[in-house]
Ligand binder design. Sequence first.
Ligand code: LMR
Length: 436
Amino acid sequence: MAAVAELTQYTNTAHRFSSEVSYASTRISGLRRLHLRPIKNSGIRCSVTSNKVQAAPEAVKAEEVKKKAECYGVFCLTYDLKAEEETKSWKKLVNIAVSGAAGMISNHLLFKLASGEVLGYDQPIALKLLGSERSLQALEGVAMELEDSLFPLLREVSIGIDPYEVFQDADWALLIGAKPRGPGMERAALLDINGQIFVEQGKALNAVASRDVKVLVVGNPCNTNALICLKNAPNIPAKNFHALTRLDENRAKCQLALKAGVFYDKVSNVTIWGNHSTTQVPDFLNARINGLPVKEVIKDTKWLEEEFTNKVQTRGGVLIKKWGRSSAASTAVSIVDAMRSLVTPTPEGDWFSTGVYTTGNPYCIADDIVFSMPCRSNGDGDYELVKDVEFDDYLWNRIKTTEAELLAEKKCVAHLTGEGIAVCDLPGDTMLPGEM
Ligand code: LMR
């Protein structure tokens, strides 16, 4: 059964999500400038500081007033990172913005980022944490725990509820926050509600993030949210946007390893094609175990086509039933994997899956959607698509199903991507992995 709905022009719901709070804002030359009013508990900034105590300034110049207005309490203390860079050969500070920062996934992720295990032990980072008005107290709790962890590489933590402030100069934006589908909520409504959040976040990134920011969308439905986000950020290369399908790849590797009776590091070349939904296609045709095609190692084609595929597609939902909530730790690990895949060279002959913007791909997948495909990177943050993959009828038909779903989702959010009036005609079986 198809859900049919027409959605109207974007209203200001998402804007409400991030404003009405502690900041008075004005729009100047297309950019939102924030005037922070130092209200209790708002816009806290934390920095790991040196033990150098600063003398109170004698005279405050106009420029300094502006700077000081943006910091809060102890976090206004500064330290001489440059001098430390020289002595410790640290790299230039990297700004990582995280939305949904008070949630479970972030709670696993932030401490990994701060420890250095993701970007390297010579890479100082600043964490810019975006929450909602409701989660501001919890965000403070997160910031306090980060402080108490004494991570040497964590140079700054800032928290806030306005993406135009939090995404300032972001080199990475990990967009985790999204609304879960409520009981009885149409998928069209879910796409609309979450889509509006990603309209605003795309616009904010466009206005204030680094021009080379890498954006990883985790909040579901992540492929279409990533599409909305990139369409609202025309000054950032579309190639820089990713939808997280690495968790699905990891799940597929685990299931193949289990069936073949090998450790999972023996499984390689696994692609997840398409949408992070129950139509996703875990590709066993091109995958390898100990360097051999999977089908030479696992001869049970029925298992591969039915049980394996279904298990990967619905793993998120099974997990929700056990846990009573979505996967969090394994999602955080897969975010780490996805980031590392872009900043370290892909091992010879292997590849990784990530949802990327389709434009002139070698597989004849429709352009102008965000589709998970096999990619390689030389470690500079960029990627290229893998060309030498095989297709058979089974794989191709499945790919066409997930492609059709993404094309339908795209039509459903046309009002959010600047492409006119939305018409929502979604296939009845369109579901997130967690919704089965
Ligand atoms: C997952 O794959 O674990 C999640 O995307 C499931 C969900 O719907 O939250």
